[in-house]
Write a protein that binds this ligand. Structure first.
Ligand SMILES: [Zn+2]
Ligand SMILES: [Zn+2]
Length: 343
């Protein structure tokens, strides 16, 4: 038979303490010794004060205890300390012990206009957390034993009781020791130091669809960070940035190209070869009497449409360049021209 426990002295109150005194003594001690907010060796004391409170706060149980001691109070082994704690302090239980999905990652990828127009296969280097190859994410050295986490007693979470103007409230957080798993390993995996994940820089192939534009984003499924506790990996998002091009400016699915022409070419009309984004040349018909800033459309020489068939156009803008200096002969011809137009 165990020695009789003095529940009054466990709570630090007098035998004739009022219900309020018992209640406030328990509040104080429960916060002090609760396993989630204090060292694990205090767990037994927490149980003791909780048992004491359970008995002394119930007038009927208290009376019987006063008369007969512990033996007559009844079986207390099945009662839930946590339930009592929650009733007393408020707060709810929220478990986050299951598999957790890995984080999504975002990278920027710079492309040449040609690569965006044709589409391409690129490789990006992704720094990320991957599931440890040695322990397969468990964090345990192969062959080591797993035991219940002493910090959270296997609950996977810790609670902090905080005092505010409006009273006490309980905040719940994932256990820092076991990361929410509720278990710890005797021998941590040497490779990942028990993290279950290791850092890696992995080359990930990315398929660039023809027609992609600056600012658009590609999602590569499952290439983000590894999940924890067997959770699925996150996704990789690749943000596309187009480098400036020397000859073309993109406007939606159209490509703008500026063509310099002389006054006679503009006045008389001409046929001129211009570059295209595909690398071959295309003929531009400059109409007679073309104006500065006028554009000529080359159908289907633009960017392939990302969602749909066909391509945009190449727009050739005419830049009529007036010569800054004239040769003697040119000067004579312009003067002659002027005389004709003036007359
Ligand atoms: Zn490992
Ligand atoms: Zn824990």
């Amino acid at each position: 038979m165990a020695a009789r426990v003095d529940h009054y002295s466990v709570l630090g109150v007098e035998k004739g303490a009022t219900a309020d005194e018992i209640r406030s003594a328990y509040r104080k001690l429960a916060r002090q010794y609760h396993p989630d907010t204090s060292a694990s060796e205090d767990t037994e004391r927490f149980k003791a004060v909780t048992v004491a409170y359970e008995i002394l706060s119930d007038p009927e149980k208290r009376q019987r205890y006063d008369m007969f001691g512990d033996a007559e109070v009844g079986d207390l082994s099945g009662f839930g300390i946590d339930d009592l704690f929650n009733t007393f302090f408020g707060g709810s239980r929220r478990r986050e012990r299951g598999p957790a999905r890995g984080a999504d990652l975002r990278l920027q990828l710079d492309l040449d206009l040609e690569e965006a127009v044709r589409g391409s296969e690129k490789k990006v280097v992704v720094p990320r957390q991957e599931t440890c190859e040695v322990c397969h994410g468990s964090g345990a050295e192969p062959g080591s034993k797993t035991s219940t986490c002493a910090t959270c007693n296997g609950r996977g979470e810790v609670r902090q009781v905080q005092q505010s103007l409006f009273g006490r409230f309980v905040s719940v957080a994932t256990c820092p020791r076991c990361g929410g798993a509720g278990t710890t390993v005797d021998k941590k995996c040497a490779r990942c130091r028990g993290e279950g994940r290791t850092h890696a820089e992995r080359e990930v192939p990315v398929t660039i669809p023809a027609g992609i534009d600056d600012g658009q984003q590609l999602r590569v499924s499952g290439e983000g960070e590894a999940g924890t506790r067997g959770g699925p990996p996150g996704d990789l998002y690749v943000l596309i940035r187009l480098r400036e091009h020397a000859l073309f400016r993109r406007e939606g699915d159209d490509l703008i190209h500026v063509l310099r022409v002389t006054p006679p070419q503009a006045a008389l009309g001409d046929e001129i070869d211009v570059p295209t984004i595909e690398g071959d040349k295309a003929k531009v018909k400059v109409p007679a009497g073309a104006q500065h800033g006028q554009s000529v459309r080359l159908r289907g020489k633009g960017v392939p449409r990302l969602h749909g068939n066909g391509r945009g156009d190449q727009l050739v803008y005419l830049d009529v360049v007036i010569p800054k200096t004239l040769s003697k002969e040119e000067r004579a011809l312009y003067q002659q021209l002027d005389a004709i137009r003036g007359g």
